[in-house]
Every structure is written in structure tokens, then in C-alpha cells.
Design a protein around this ligand. Structure first.
Ligand code: AMP
Length: 478
């Protein structure tokens, strides 16, 4: 059974607010409470109890942490208040917030009481809560009594639409210095060290395969794995097998130290970073050649790409022996191919699909975004906008895929993007569709200068027929 997902909001406008929050996270991470991850700090204006900005007060530094604990909500609240008191907090008027810890959500618990209301009654109006919460748990369904649960990403999108100024008023204030968690994130380089680590894990193990240059999209995968598994191992390996002859392997960004810090912060227990020689020693000559979902689209544009991806993932899967492997919907065809490979080769373990994390303008986070110029970066958001417009036309009744595709391609080309492909496909087989009948996916690859961007979006054929991930696709990030 997956552990209950519990979230805590932390704030301080002390002279050394960042140190206060660092210390609070460490204090929290003891005696039956484990901090699975914490978002980067954001600094925002002080709000009065009525929700108005008090420009005369010191701005407040905030984050949101996910914790795991068997303590019931009331006992957890008492623990938070003890940590506040130990930091010197006195609950009287004034604008000084030495340390403020709030229980934001406790799984699907909804309650309203004098001491505790869950979820926190004002989270949906607070950008300084939703911004960090979205970073670490975009897909968490915030329960609501008497109505349906809505994911954090959709709450954030609504507030961003209604009050964008609340988000633009936030400034980055650094990352948590989560000393003992960072130390706990073991870096494993050899096969023997990995085997020893793996044998020592008694519970569910989640693996998050990555090529490094990590961003909030990767962080969300680790966070999800940390919430659902007893131990999480991320792999960092820039896989030479999946780069074609004209593709620049040497240019792929590398940031090992920062990647390890991010992984630790978001709840990874170990990082496996093998060398290319170790994974593919001289004489290596056996490949996994996926058919089916691997044909067409990226498979056609980049011959050999999926055979490189499948081969490395099967090797990493065999070595890490995960109960669950976490992959992003951002790379929808890759996800379909890997599901197919795990199924066809009967690999033990389950493939888990995670929602796409987006920048506020909708652009899917990608390590390639850093290569876009300022001007290109503005144009790039058209990709998400064109897919959203296509989804809207589909929901309003246009079921002819050729028309849907043509209109979207025209929109992209008008914006200056070169379209490699834009196709409505079946989500499992990746086969092209001519008429929308059930849930489908639209996949697109475009070029902007020498940067290639991928995106996709779920489609529902008619108004009111919503495929599950469509709700997550609403607005800013999905
Ligand atoms: P990469 O390091 O680019 O090979 O990606 C590693 C994993 O992160 C893959 O499962 C990707 O689908 C996933 N990923 C990449 N970008 C995002 C994103 N913006 N949101 C969610 N997952 C992502």
C-alpha cells in the first residue's frame, strides 16, 4: 500500500529566514516523521490575516515539504507547534513570523475543527504555497468535502489565471540545505555497490532513470516515487546509444553535483551513475529492438533512438530491480515504448506514468530549453498553446484528425516553428488516428533554431468526455 501523502507549509520572515527553514526541516525529519522532499524557497510579501499585502512588514520566505509519518493529523500538528515554540515563536499579533508551520494536507482527509482544518482553508489563494507545492507534487489530488478532488497543478493554474500578480511577486530564495538528507543520498558508481545497496532494501524500490541536467520535471518523478516507495534510486547516465550520428552527445548538458543535490532534496535515497564502459563494455553486442509503438514519429525521425533507449532501460532495470519505474508523460512515445518492452519481456515491476511539469507559460520543462534564446523562448510557448487549441476543437466536436492537425500545424508555422510532425495517435499503440472516437493523444515535435522540442496532449472526443490526465493538463503545468 502506498504511504499517505502529507504536506506541510513552512514560512519565516526572521532576519535569517532561510536558516530558520533549513533548521525546521531538519527538526521535522526525526522521531517518526520523514521529510521525503522540500521545494525551493520563494520569498513573497507579508500577508495580513485578511489576505492583504502589508508592504511595511518584512517579506516572508516559504516552502512546502512532503513528509511521511504514521502520526495521526492532530499529533503531527502538535509536533509542528512544538518546533515553532522551540524556534521562539509566540502566537501574538504583529508582523513577526519567526517560524510558521501549517499542515496543508493529510492524504484524503477532510475535516473542519477549532484546532485543525484539512486541507488548509486558505491554500488555494496563496501563490507562496501553490508555487512550491506544485514544484514537488503537481499531481497530488487535494481532497475537498462534498466535491471532487482537484490536483495541485489545477489549483495553481486557476490562481495564476485570476491573480498572476501574486506569482510575479515571488522571488527565488535558494534551495533547502538539507544536510543530513543530502548525506543520506548515496552515490553508487559500480555494479557491485549497486547490488549491495539493492540487496539491503527490504521494501518497495522505485527507480527514476534520467540523463541528468535535472529540472522540476525530473524532481516531480523523484517526489512521486518517494511518496509511493520505501526507497528511491535515481539513475544518472547520458546514454550514448540513443544519440544518432548527427546528434551532439558532447553538447548534452552535464551538472552532476547540482543533480545529486536536487535528487536528495526531493527524496532520492541513492543515485546510480555508472560509466559507459561499465554499462557497455567492449564486446557488448546485444540490443533490444522495439517494434509496435516505437515505429513512426520519433522512431522514424531518429532511427535507432528507441533501440538505444530500450537497451539502456532494460539494463538499468535489470541492475536496479525496481518494483516501480517512474517515467514522464512528457515523452509520451518513449513511455508507450517502455510499457511495451516491460510487458513483452515480462520484466518484473510496474511502469508508472507521471504528469508533464511545465513553466508558467505552458512550455514543458526540458533540459534543452536552456539552449533557447530569449526571443525563441517566447515563441516556444506556442507549441503548448497550439496543442491546447487543438484539444479544445476536439472537445467542441471536431473529430476529423486531418483538420485538427492541419490547423495546429498552421498555427505553429505562423509563429516561426518548423514542424517535424504533429499527429493524433492511439495512446497505447501510437498508431495514427483518422477520426477521434475515444481518448487519444496528439504528439508534436518542432524545431526552433537548432533546438528540437517535444510535447503532447490528451484529447477527449467531445465536450464532457474527459480522459483522466486532461484535468492535469489544464493551465500552467501538467
Ligand atoms: P531525460 O533525463 O530527459 O531522459 O528524462 C528522464 C525522465 O524525466 C523521463 O521519464 C522523462 O519523460 C521525464 N521528464 C522529462 N521532462 C519532464 C517534464 N517536463 N515533466 C515530467 N517528466 C519529465
Amino acid at each position: 500500500m502506498s504511504p499517505t501523502r502529507i504536506f506541510i507549509a513552512l514560512g519565516s520572515n526572521d532576519a535569517d529566514a532561510v536558516a530558520r527553514l533549513d533548521a525546521a526541516l531538519l527538526a521535522l525529519d526525526t522521531d517518526g516523521v520523514r521529510v521525503a522532499g522540500a521545494a525551493r524557497y520563494v520569498r513573497g510579501p507579508y500577508l495580513t490575516a485578511a489576505g492583504d499585502v502589508d508592504g511595511s512588514a518584512t517579506p516572508v520566505c516559504n516552502t512546502v515539504a512532503e513528509v511521511r509519518s504514521a502520526l495521526p493529523p492532530e499529533a503531527l500538528l502538535a509536533r509542528l507547534q512544538r518546533i515553532e515554540r522551540a524556534a521562539g515563536r509566540v502566537r501574538v499579533g504583529g508582523t513577526s513570523r519567526t517560524l510558521d508551520l501549517d499542515l496543508l494536507a493529510y492524504g484524503d482527509v477532510c475535516c473542519e475543527g477549532a484546532r485543525l482544518t484539512l486541507p488548509h482553508p486558505r491554500f488555494a489563494t496563496r501563490a507562496f504555497v501553490l508555487e512550491p507545492w506544485e514544484e514537488i507534487a503537481a499531481d497530488f489530488l487535494v481532497p475537498a468535502s462534498g466535491t471532487r478532488a482537484v490536483p495541485v497543478v489545477a489549483h495553481a493554474a486557476t490562481l495564476r489565471r485570476d491573480h498572476p500578480e501574486r506569482f510575479t511577486a515571488l522571488d527565488p530564495a535558494g534551495a533547502p540545505r538539507f544536510a543530513d538528507r543530502a548525506a543520506a543520498c548515496t552515490v553508487l558508481e559500480t555494479r557491485e555497490d549497486l547490488a549491495a545497496w539493492r540487496s539491503a532494501q527490504p521494501g518497495l524500490v522505485g527507480v527514476v532513470p534520467t540523463m541528468g541536467a535535472l529540472h522540476p520535471g525530473h524532481a516531480s518523478l523523484v517526489q512521486r516515487a518517494a511518496a509511493e516507495c520505501d526507497a528511491v534510486i535515481a539513475t544518472l547516465f547520458v546514454n550514448p546509444l540513443q544519440f544518432g550520428p548527427g546528434e551532439d552527445l558532447a553538447r548534452y548538458p552535464r551538472s552532476f553535483e547540482a543533480d545529486c543535490a536536487l535528487l536528495a532534496r526531493h527524496g532520492a535515497d541513492a543515485v546510480y551513475a555508472p560509466s559507459a564502459e561499465d554499462l557497455f563494455p567492449t564486446g557488448f553486442a546485444t540490443w533490444i529492438e522495439p517494434g509496435g509503438a516505437a515505429q513512426g514519429l520519433e522512431g522514424a525521425e531518429r532511427p535507432g533512438h528507441f533501440r538505444g533507449v530500450a537497451t539502456v532501460v532494460v539494463k538499468l532495470w535489470t541492475r536496479t530491480r525496481p518494483d516501480r519505474g517512474y517515467f514522464g508523460r512528457k515523452d509520451a512515445q518513449q513511455l508507450a515504448v517502455l510499457r511495451q518492452v516491460v510487458r513483452d519481456l515480462e520484466l518484473p515491476g510496474e511502469v508508472i506514468a507521471c504528469p508533464t511539469v511545465r513553466a508558467p507559460d505552458g512550455l514543458a520543462r526540458s533540459s534543452r530549453n536552456r539552449f533557447l534564446s530569449e526571443q525563441e523562448r517566447k515563441v516556444a510557448s506556442t507549441l503548448c498553446a497550439a496543442l491546447a487549441a487543438l484539444a479544445q476543437r476536439a472537445a467542441l466536436g471536431q473529430a476529423d484528425c486531418a483538420i485538427l492537425e492541419r490547423l495546429a500545424v498552421e498555427q505553429l508555422e505562423r509563429a516561426g516553428l518548423r514542424v517535424d510532425y504533429l499527429v493524433v495517435v492511439d495512446p497505447t499503440s501510437m498508431g495514427a488516428q483518422t477520426t477521434l472516437r475515444g481518448a487519444a493523444l496528439v504528439l508534436a515535435a518542432v524545431r526552433l533554431g537548432d533546438v528540437r522540442l517535444l510535447d503532447n496532449r490528451w484529447l477527449a472526443p467531445a465536450l464532457g468526455v474527459a480522459a483522466a490526465p486532461t484535468a492535469l493538463d489544464a493551465g500552467g503545468r501538467a
